[in-house]
Design a protein around this ligand. Structure first.
Ligand SMILES: Cc1ncc(COP(=O)(O)O)c(C=O)c1O
Length: 431
């Protein structure tokens, strides 16, 4: 094809959400604790009170600028929601193709459980195989817009992989620190995608301390969960997508595997913004924060009725992504859960493993352990009556099950010996 008639690369990747300038509506940033205002379009970390900053929009302007029908006509990726996102110019968007993720019904399990309306939002389809792509595509695009040249991050694996991918694409240097026992695949993908990565003999908050110290000493930008304002705006798109996919009618319950809680806080923010622009009504889902028994600071704080969560000592679980002993957005997680009439629930590693096996076997759907934790929590809540069978519940599968160590299968056949084919024939069904 002649150069003159060749469509631009962005159009080939995924069309005009990435090439059309659209009006943007960010007015300022706001301290999530004190409400203090900060100017937009400048580099920020935490507020002066040491709390996360939230991005605020001229929602009346958004309401006038876009309708539900106009949105529906746009290509189905995360960038269709541009009016509710912070990136102002298409030139700053660093995309790897953030397609809208499907809502997969678990109809076989609904039957086995005796009724139900269970859906999984399958975030494994995103670039780098996890929902961390949503937050990091936004953080890196904003870093590019603001001229940041070096980003650092503590990670349990998936976030570091997404940071490395997008930052390399944007020509930004990255340094990443993860706990010693982070799954090998995560450490390898981080390194392959261009970051300098270190295993640290500690947990994610120990890694976070190194990143914090390096701000002054190295001059890198601290990209830790909720210590920069834009990851939450990316994660917010889970709530925007979910609402749109369900015909602007939110489900009854959302079960979210909660570590730092960005997704839960982000979805709660999304619902408020959608109501303000008239896309949804007052109905909200009950937000359920799912944690592992070996690391459940939010569950403990929820049950004690307190606003802040104490650090969880000796945190351990097979669900690496939710092994977060202390979250800086603890009060925001707890506030969203309580305001929604939801709850926080812990499940054991054994329950996570058996949930993972059950969904894979019955539905052909290999969840990540964190996603499996939400199914284990759903079953526990059905059993104790906190969720009813006729309610529509959405589970979040935040990453691909293929990113985690899988059991080795040892069944073998020796093709040089006679094969006993009877072993392949199922026994007759009982009548
Ligand atoms: C697969 C997976 N699920 C859940 C989480 C927790 O997400 P959040 O920090 O939004 O609570 C993580 C975070 O690392 C993750 O990797």
């Amino acid at each position: 094809m002649q150069g003159a008639t060749r469509p631009p690369q962005e159009r080939i990747l995924h069309s005009d959400n990435l090439t059309t300038e659209r009006p943007t509506f960010v007015t300022h940033l706001e301290c999530s604790l004190t409400g203090e205002r900060y100017p937009a379009d400048q580099v920020h970390n935490l507020s002066r009170a040491g709390k996360p900053l939230l991005v605020r929009y001229d929602l009346d302007g958004v309401k006038r600028a876009v309708t539900r029908a106009e949105l529906a006509a746009r290509p189905s990726d995360l960038w269709r929601y541009r009016e509710l996102l912070p990136v102002r110019r298409v030139a700053d968007i660093v995309s790897l193709g953030e397609a809208m993720t499907p809502l997969v019904p678990l109809a076989n399990l609904d039957k086995l459980l005796g009724g139900g309306d269970l859906l999984v939002k399958d975030e494994s389809r995103l670039p780098t195989g996890s929902f961390k792509a949503r937050g990091l595509v936004m953080a890196v695009s904003m870093a590019k817009a603001l001229g940041i040249t070096h980003m650092a991050m503590p990670t349990n694996g998936n976030a570091g992989a997404a940071l490395a991918a997008y930052a390399s694409r944007a020509g930004i240097r990255t340094t990443v620190f993860c706990p010693e026992d982070t799954p090998d695949v995560n450490v390898s993908e981080i390194a392959l995608q261009g970051a300098l990565v270190f295993r640290v003999n500690g947990l994610i908050d120990d890694c976070g301390k190194i990143v914090g110290e390096g701000r002054e000493k190295v001059g890198w930008f601290d990209t830790s969960t909720l210590k920069e304002p834009y990851r939450i705006e990316g994660k917010k798109t889970m709530g925007l997508e979910l609402a749109e996919q369900l015909g602007w009618e939110l489900p009854d319950v959302i079960l979210y595997p909660t570590g730092g809680g960005t997704g839960l806080i982000g979805m709660w923010k999304a619902f408020a913004e959608l109501e303000a622009i008239g896309f949804i009504g007052k109905k909200r889902p009950r937000m359920v924060a799912v944690q592992a028994e070996g690391c459940a600071p939010m569950v403990r704080a929820f049950e004690r009725g307190v606003e802040h969560a104490e650090r969880w000592e000796n945190a351990h679980t097979i669900a690496a992504g939710i092994r977060v002993p202390q979250a800086i957005g603890d009060f925001l997680i707890l506030r969203a859960v309580r305001e929604s009439g939801g709850f926080a629930i812990a499940v054991s590693d054994a329950a996570i493993s058996s949930a993972l096996d059950e969904v894979a076997r019955e539905e052909g759907f290999l969840l990540c352990p964190e996603g499996a934790a939400t199914y284990a929590a759903y079953k526990a809540a059905l059993a104790d009556g906190r969720i009813c069978r006729d309610e529509r519940a959405v589970l979040f599968n935040c990453a691909s099950g293929l990113k985690y160590p899988l059991p080795r299968i040892e069944q073998r056949l020796d093709r040089h010996k006679p094969i006993d084919f009877s072993v392949f024939t199922p026994p007759p069904a009982h009548t």
